[in-house]
Ligand binder design. Structure first.
Ligand code: FES
Length: 162
């Protein structure tokens, strides 16, 4: 067992974890924060996305010990206009992917505001240009939705980004 200190949604947590345990399992099983979902557990679906110091990560691929001293935000710690926008635009059906979608979208909007390039745009020279639907889809392509609510998800993000 290794002692790690991780700030989760603003609360310092001191945990004894095995070095092989993922951040996802630590959140869900050690801390009871089941808002972060386990889909593929292989880094392919994005259901487990959380924010690590504001950057989106797949928590299934992260070991808890790697995040000693870091700050993690999960869906339980988020109160963001995107959440109501997802409801308004039917950006969910079963809702299983939604926590990951929301975390990813928050980070994506921040990346865009900072001028980080996507596969379909060049880095912004000055102010970030308006996000296009194509760019939103490309930047959100790491988050799968098995119900196919992609149109609503993109519309919700576009509304908040505008
Ligand atoms: Fe982590 Fe699918 S559960 S990417």
């Amino acid at each position: 067992m290794v002692e790690v200190r991780i700030r989760v949604n603003g609360v310092e947590e001191v945990l004894d974890v095995e070095p092989r345990v993922s951040l996802l399992d630590t959140l869900r099983e050690h801390l009871g924060m089941t808002g972060t979902k386990k889909g593929c557990d292989q880094g392919a679906c994005g259901a487990c996305t959380v924010l690590a110091d504001g950057e989106r990560i797949n928590s299934c691929l992260a070991l808890a010990v790697q995040y000693d001293g870091r700050s993690i935000t999960t869906i339980e710690g988020i109160d963001h206009p995107l959440q109501e926008a997802f409801v308004r635009h039917d950006g969910l059906q079963c809702g299983y992917c939604t926590p990951g979608q929301i975390c990813s979208a928050i980070a994506m909007l921040d990346e865009h505001a900072r001028g980080a390039p996507s596969a379909v745009t060049e880095p912004a020279a000055t102010a970030a240009p308006e996000l296009t639907g194509e760019e939103i889809r490309e930047r959100m392509s790491g988050n799968l939705c098995r119900c196919g609510a992609y149109n609503g998800i993109a519309e919700a993000i576009a509304e908040v980004a505008a």
